[in-house]
Design a binder for this molecule. Structure first.
Ligand code: HEM
Ligand code: HEM
Length: 109
């Protein structure tokens, strides 16, 4: 079942991803020397602004990707039992990735 709210959130997270990916791409590839070195990453995610950015980015990609996947799933799967199984799996996957991501981002202070 997909309602107007899911439709709207898919578009909202699409816009957030578009803006976020431009920033993320720039930071990861062009922002000074060695932006992917351990020290650079720790320094960046020690900032509350980058923490906020990363968490919004993570929530957006998770919602957008998995809600989009769910939209495809309900078009092709018609068995109620299988739908329930896939739905539960998607929700569990979302929470595992969300908690792992937030744990990693909030660790350095
Ligand atoms: C610039 C970044 C992105 C923008 C602006 C964007 C925008 C959108 C929009 C507007 C829709 C709705 C399309 C429709 O209902 O006809 C959509 C669907 C979808 N998006 Fe994205 N998206 C972006 C990135 C991503 C990424 C990185 C993923 C994968 C993780 C993804 C996965 C999906 C999926 C699976 C759907 C559902 C497709 C379908 O129903 O056929 N998107 N996207
Ligand atoms: C070559 C391409 C990429 C590189 C080198 C890269 C690298 C990184 C690094 C080093 C971080 C840690 C945060 C930081 O340093 O500020 C990060 C975080 C993140 N990236 Fe990327 N990234 C790439 C592409 C992407 C793409 C295409 C997406 C989404 C479609 C994405 C989504 C994320 C998210 C959601 C986080 C936060 C993750 C968390 O919870 O810890 N990245 N990325």
């Amino acid at each position: 079942m997909r309602g107007a709210l899911q439709w709207f959130l898919q578009r909202l997270t699409g816009v957030l991803l578009f803006a976020g990916l431009i920033v993320h791409f720039y930071v990861m590839h062009y922002s000074g020397a060695d932006p992917l070195a351990y020290e650079s990453v720790i320094k960046r995610i020690s900032s509350p602004y980058w923490k906020a950015f990363d968490i919004v980015f993570l929530v957006s990609i998770l919602y957008h990707g998995l809600n989009g996947l769910w939209g495809i799933v309900i078009e092709y799967i018609h068995s109620a039992r299988l739908l329930k199984l896939v739905r539960t799996s998607i929700i569990i996957l979302a929470f595992i990735v969300l908690f792992t991501g937030v744990y990693i981002i909030q660790t350095p202070s």
